[in-house]
Write a protein that binds this ligand. Sequence first.
Ligand SMILES: [Zn+2]
Length: 87
Amino acid sequence: MITKIIHSLFLSCKKATLFIELNNGNNLNVLQKIRLKTHLKICKYCKSYEEKAQRIDRVLNNELHSVNIKNTNELEEKIKKRILGSE
Ligand SMILES: [Zn+2]
């Protein structure tokens, strides 16, 4: 109940996930960052989404900078394994 009220006052989960994606590209202004941080403090679902999005970004950045891309299937498999945590 309280979480619902806070969500509607501060930021919806839909908007929070959009802000998370924008924030990864550094495209949020100060007010948006504060609203996102507040939302992430009270919403475990969006916090979890943020962690996964950051992990995917890290893996993709590492792979794209460290691999000579000739075989995209091999790259895709490597990225899947990294994201799922089995490598
Ligand atoms: Zn949320």
